[in-house]
Design a protein around this ligand. Sequence first.
Ligand SMILES: [Zn+2]
Ligand SMILES: [Zn+2]
Length: 330
Amino acid sequence: MSAPSLLTPVLGDLYALQVPIPYPMGFVTVLLDAPRGGPVTMIDTALDTPEAQAAIEAGLAALGLHWPDIDRVVITHHHPDHYGLAGVVEERSGAAVFMLDVEIGRGERYWHLWEEWLPGHIKHLRDHGLPPETLATLEADSRRTRERVQPAGRVQPLREGQEVTLSGRPWEVLWLPGHADGHLGLWSEQDSVLIAGDAILPRISPNVGLYAYTRPDPLGDYLQTLGKLEALNPARAVVGHHGPLMTGVQARARELRAHHHERLDFMAAQAASAPRTAYDLSLAMFPRDLNISGRRFALAETLAHLEHLRLLGQLYRTWQEDQGAWVYHA
Ligand SMILES: [Zn+2]
Ligand SMILES: [Zn+2]
């Protein structure tokens, strides 16, 4: 079959589909692999919206497929724009759903337990200075997102180093933490192609945030992931947004590392010159106008930098009873 135009050929029978999402990035990449004789694999699923479902249906139809033909779903990480339709695909196809073992324990569980975890999530942000008016909408925003996520009934673990066959080739399962604790990558050494999800993106710096339920040093994790990507030096990567394909991963990894080092230096200097909460420091790191959810991302990203410095022994934090928040200082 010649490549249908809404599908971007990656290699062999593997195609990338751009699926609309109601976020600033506009689209998320969903991959479809339909080799003769099967199995049919979908990688990432998009958020559960009618537009996303229609786009995926059109992509499947272009390959002569329907929902029930999907045998396997592999999800790069638990974020709603990648995981949202997991339960729907599982229900319509009976497909086996796979994620990295690390991601199942926290990220994936988050969607099943979010109501129970919400108070901890709110307390974490409040303890770092997020003002009450920004906290107030958190619950409603989280609920709206949760409604567009249909968790899978059963998710099976993939482990780092394991092999997955796509398009008749072996792909190695990689652990690329930072943007999400258990972010998975798939690496075809023979073709020098990486399925990267959001571990690296061409136009924006993937958000690296510290939340109540994440590993303690997501930025440290991410700096190691960038080192891994630099060493891997793939010729091409399939990326979650602003793709579906990018080249120059090695140079981009170096650029992102330099960007985070610059931010670390800036944060260390800011906290040393005037001790402040992570929220107040996030206003210095992200001075531009952001909406309420943008301010929460900015706080989580600032915190990832501050905690990285604290774990290195370069900054300290002290609980300020009068402010009811942690203050970072040299
Ligand atoms: Zn993501
Ligand atoms: Zn994403």
